[in-house]
Ligand binder design. Structure first.
Ligand code: ZN
Length: 186
């Protein structure tokens, strides 16, 4: 699934459990963190001769050991609820992996197996025969659902996943909404 879906999904997992913006943001970012292993695509584009994307994407960052590592870093960065942050981070890493297994088929039909036991076992790759494509309607529908649930938190608690990027951005979104609403009904 696309990084945006992973981010919103992870943020929604954290929003009811974690009290503060800092910890919610950390867990949301951990939900996207596995895709760091796809950054090789930039080097490949620049160099033109490497193939880091194919070599490392879904290999280095999408396994049990990277889940433990990212969860530990997340707990270290958290100021409160450290154990909860560790557990939630470990959980959203696995949600990420699961989402990729079900809905991240490449446009060329390649399934991008998940190397869950990397680096201990570099041959075991997980795929699911019914996997749908990255741009399939299922993923679009899922994103719409995530935004719909986000709308609930926006309405009831005045927070959105925008808080991951900045508190101001989150506040500005509500100001803009209020201004628009005032204009329509004023
Ligand atoms: Zn991924």
């Amino acid at each position: 699934m696309a990084p945006g879906s992973h981010l919103v999904f992870s943020w929604l997992v954290a929003v009811n459990v974690l009290r503060d913006r800092r910890e919610r943001s950390i867990v949301a970012l951990v939900g996207v963190a596995p895709d760091i292993d796809g950054m090789g695509v930039i080097i490949d584009k620049i160099s033109g001769s490497t193939n880091y994307y194919a070599q490392y994407h879904h290999v280095v960052g999408h396994g049990i050991f990277s889940a433990i590592l990212f969860a530990a870093i997340a707990a270290l960065l958290a100021k409160v609820q450290k154990l909860t942050v560790f557990c939630l981070s470990f959980f959203v890493m696995h949600l990420h992996i699961l989402c990729d297994i079900v809905g991240s088929k490449g446009p060329d039909g390649y399934q991008w197996p998940i190397y869950y036991l990397f680096p201990l076992n570099q041959a075991y790759g997980i795929t699911w025969p019914h996997q749908w494509a990255l741009n399939a309607w299922q993923n679009v529908l899922f994103m719409v659902l995530l935004l719909f649930v986000s709308g609930y938190y926006a309405a009831t608690r005045k927070i959105t996943f925008l808080e991951v990027f900045s508190e101001r951005l989150n506040a500005e979104a509500f100001k803009m909404y209020a201004r628009y609403f005032a204009k329509k009904h004023g």
